[in-house]
Design a binder for this molecule. Structure first.
Ligand code: FA5
Length: 369
C-alpha cells in the first residue's frame, strides 16, 4: 500500500490550471485587439484586468494552493497578466495615434479662407448712450451709483413717498415678483437708487445711476416693458433749484452741444417737491420751426421744445426715510428715459428697432468705444 500523498490539497483551484489561464489570457487579448475606440478599450481594460476579472480572481486564489505549487502558479499567472498589460499598452498607443490623426483632419483650420468676411457687430446704441450720459455727470464730479433690478417695494415706492394706494403700485403698472404681497418688484424707475445711495454713502452725495427698469407696458413704437433710465442725484448743504437748473444745462450741453436753452415746467412726482418736467430747445430747428411759415421740424414736431425728463428738489420725506436731516441738507434729482433720448437724438422712429437685435439697426451707430 502506497503512502498517502502529503502534497495533495483539496483546495487545488481550477482557475489556476494552465488551460484556464490560457483561455482567460486569450479572451483578454482578443477583446483588446477588437476594441475599436479608446472608450471601448477602457471597458475592456476593466473587464479583463479589473478586480472582478478572471485573471485577478485567479491571482487571489494563489494563497489557497499548497506552498510548493504557489511559485509555479504565480509564474503562470504573472506571464498571463503581463501579456494582457502589454497588449493593452500597445492598443492604447495605436488608438491614441488614430484619434490624433482624426482630430488633425476633422479640426483642421483652413488658414487660406478669407478672414474678413464675417459680419462684425456694433455696440448697442443704448449702451453707448448710457456711457455718454454717465460721462457728462462724471465730468461734473459725480460718481456712479447702482441698485438692483429686482428691488424691494420699500425702496421702489415707500422710501420715495408713494402712498400705499398709489396706482403705480398695482400689478397693472408694476411687475411683482411672484405675487403682490411678496414686497419684491422689478424696479419701475432708477429713483430707488436715491434712497440706496443716501443710506450707503457719506454726505454730501453726488451720484448718477443708469440701468434697466421695468413696467407692464406693451411693446409699441414708443414703449417697451424693459427700458433704461438715468438718474442724477445731489444732496448737500444749501442746494437749490438754481443748482438743479445749472446741472441740467450742463448735461444738455454735454449731450447735445451748443448751449441749448432749458426750461422747467411745473409737474408732480411724489419724491420731489417742487417737481418739474424738463424741456430743452430743439437741437435741430433751435425753435425756429414755431415761426409762422417756417419749415416744419420733424424732431420736435414744430414745437420748438423737446421734453427730456423729470426733476425736482428731493422731497424732505425722502431725505428723512433715508436717514438724512432735511433741516440741514437739501437735494435735487433729475431723471430721464434712455430709449426716448435715443429716439429724438438720433431720429429713431420705432422702439421695436432697439429691442429686436437686428444688426442693421446697430451698425449705422458705428463702433463707438
Ligand atoms: C420717472 O420714472 C421718475 N423716476 C423720473 C424722475 C427722476 C423724476 C428724478 C424726478 C426726479 P416717468 O414715469 O415720467 O418718471 O419716467 C421717466 C421716463 O422714462 C419717461 O420720460 C420716458 O422717457 C421713460 N419711460 C417710461 N415708461 C417707458 C416705457 N414703457 N418705455 C420706454 N421709456 C419709458
Amino acid at each position: 500500500m502506497s503512502a498517502p500523498n502529503k502534497s495533495y490539497d483539496p483546495v487545488e483551484v481550477s482557475s489556476l490550471q494552465p488551460d484556464e489561464l490560457d483561455q482567460a489570457r486569450d479572451e483578454a487579448l482578443a477583446a483588446i485587439a477588437a476594441a475599436g475606440s479608446l472608450e471601448a478599450l477602457k471597458e475592456t481594460r476593466l473587464a479583463h484586468t479589473g478586480d472582478r476579472s478572471p485573471l485577478a480572481l485567479a491571482n487571489r486564489e494563489i494563497g489557497a494552493l499548497p506552498p510548493a505549487a504557489r511559485a509555479e502558479a504565480g509564474k503562470r499567472i504573472g506571464a498571463a497578466r503581463g501579456a494582457v498589460a502589454q497588449a493593452l499598452k500597445t492598443r492604447q498607443a495605436e488608438l491614441e495615434e488614430e484619434r490624433d490623426q482624426r482630430v488633425l483632419v476633422e479640426e483642421a483650420v483652413d488658414v487660406t479662407l478669407p478672414w474678413d468676411r464675417a459680419p462684425r457687430g456694433a455696440r448697442h446704441p443704448l449702451t453707448t448712450m448710457q456711457e455718454r450720459m454717465a460721462d457728462v455727470f462724471l465730468s461734473m464730479g459725480f460718481e456712479i451709483a447702482e441698485g438692483p433690478e429686482i428691488e424691494a417695494e420699500w425702496f421702489n415706492f415707500d422710501a420715495l413717498n408713494f402712498k400705499p394706494d398709489h396706482p403705480a403700485r398695482t400689478m397693472q403698472d408694476t411687475f411683482f415678483v411672484e405675487s403682490e404681497d411678496t414686497g419684491v418688484v422689478l424696479r419701475t424707475h432708477t429713483s430707488p437708487v436715491q434712497a440706496r445711495a443716501l443710506l450707503s454713502r457719506e454726505l454730501p452725495v453726488y451720484v448718477v445711476a443708469l440701468g434697466k427698469t421695468f413696467r407692464t407696458d406693451e411693446l409699441d413704437a414708443t414703449h417697451t416693458p424693459v427700458f433704461h433710465q438715468m438718474e442724477g442725484l445731489a444732496v448737500d448743504e444749501g442746494l437749490t433749484m438754481a443748482d438743479l437748473k445749472g446741472a441740467i444745462d450742463a448735461f444738455v450741453t454735454g449731450l447735445f452741444g451748443g448751449h441749448l436753452p432749458v426750461r422747467l415746467r411745473p409737474s408732480y412726482f411724489p419724491f420731489t417737491e417742487p417737481s418739474a418736467e424738463v424741456d430743452m430747445q430743439c437741437f435741430v430747428c433751435r425753435g425756429a420751426s414755431i415761426e409762422l411759415g417756417a419749415e416744419p421740424c420733424r424732431t420736435c414736431g414744430s414745437e420748438g421744445w423737446i421734453e427730456i425728463g423729470g426733476c425736482g428738489m428731493v422731497n424732505p420725506r425722502v431725505l428723512t426715510a433715508a436717514g438724512v436731516d432735511p433741516e440741514r441738507y437739501s437735494g435735487w434729482a433729475f431723471g430721464l428715459g434712455v430709449e426716448r433720448t435715443l429716439m429724438f437724438r438720433h431720429g429713431v422712429k420705432d422702439m421695436h428697432d432697439m429691442v429686436e437685435g437686428d444688426i442693421r439697426f446697430t451698425l449705422p451707430f458705428g463702433m463707438e468705444i
